[in-house]
Design a binder for this molecule. Structure first.
Ligand SMILES: Nc1nc(=O)c2c([nH]1)NC[C@@H]1CN(c3ccc(C(=O)N[C@@H](CCC(=O)O)C(=O)O)cc3)CN21
Ligand SMILES: CC(C)C(=O)C(=O)O
Ligand SMILES: [Mg+2]
Length: 277
């Protein structure tokens, strides 16, 4: 099992870190078998698995439910679980309580929190408590309503400067890793060079220490809109739909089930059952 020190070593040796989301037992198992370095149980599960139009309806219970399934499917992979919307704001006591529940019940290796500013106190508290924290800056989907949608962040010199300072502050607060979402590649490059902790990008160009993508985007599973930064590596949705249509067709035509799918009662038992009839 890799740990936070392994990822720092990978950064210093310029070995790229491959992170992928997973939400259940089979997806986690496939991710582990594929050699993924870090599995993220993302709150994006609200959109790609539960069918919400944003991540803000996702609850602590949802994250625990899915996190436990992912743990069962990937016993030997470093797992990060997103703290969901509203679970790490308001008071430090409550934030720690929610974090402890997710961390203890799922058995994850780390938790991910979006933002800096007041979230820095939470990063510090969780880290001191013994919970490794992954930061998340740039496009932070939990605050999309305030940001004005899913838009590229850090495009102006002023916004880029603020993001760089936030990134340094996350590291100083104890974050073991940082996710940068939807920012210009030049800014991602600068943040990656400025930090000692690994920086993982999504829509942040090729010059970060690693990449993360959403499972369903990577496999083109589901009918959702694919963001511009995604590359899909398999037409899974199409393959599944073809398989399911073939099943329905064969039930309708009577081609399924065939003789090899049925069970047989012995002739003598049939005799006894029906007598001489
Ligand atoms: N399926 C899925 N993939 C993701 O990567 C993802 C989620 N869901 N849900 C949670 C967040 C939301 N994310 C998103 C969603 C949409 C865009 C998007 O459509 N962006 C525009 C760019 C907008 C601009 O130019 O400012 C795009 O065309 O890619 C970006 C990030 C990333 N995360
Ligand atoms: C897109 C990644 C970084 C994420 O936070 C999620 O999947 O929820
Ligand atoms: Mg997330």
């Amino acid at each position: 099992m890799k740990n936070t020190a392994s990822f720092i070593k990978m950064k210093t040796q310029s070995e790229k870190i491959a992170m992928l989301t997973a939400y259940d037992y089979p997806s986690a198992k496939l991710a582990e078998e594929s050699g993924v370095d870090v599995i993220l149980v993302g709150d994006s599960l609200g959109m790609v698995v539960l069918g919400y139009d944003s991540t803000v309806k996702v609850t602590v219970e949802d994250m625990i439910h899915h996190g436990k399934a992912v743990r069962r499917g990937a016993k030997d992979t470093f797992i990060v679980v997103d703290m969901p919307f509203g679970s790490y704001h308001g008071s430090l006591d409550r934030s720690l309580q929610q974090a402890m529940r997710i961390f203890q019940e799922t058995g994850a290796e780390a938790l991910k929190l979006e933002g800096a500013d007041e979230v820095l106190d939470v990063i510090r508290l969780l880290t001191r408590t013994g919970i490794p924290v992954v930061g998340h800056l740039g496009l932070t989907p939990q605050t999309a309503g305030v940001l004005g949608g899913y838009k590229v962040q850090g495009k102006t010199a002023h916004a880029a400067q603020k993001l760089l300072e936030d990134a340094k502050a996350c590291e100083a607060a104890g974050a073991c890793m940082l996710v940068l979402e939807c920012i210009p590649y030049q800014l991602a490059r600068e943040v990656t060079a400025a930090l000692s902790i690994p920086v993982i990008g999504i829509g942040a160009g090729a010059e970060t220490d690693g990449q993360v993508l959403v499972y369903h985007d990577t496999l083109k599973y589901g009918s959702h809109h694919l963001p511009k930064f995604v590359r899909s590596y398999a037409e899974t949705g199409e393959i599944m739909k073809n398989g399911l249509s073939a099943y329905v067709d064969e039930v309708k035509s009577g081609a399924f089930p065939a003789e090899e799918h049925r069970f047989t009662m012995k002739e003598e038992e049939l005799q006894q059952l029906y007598g001489g009839k």
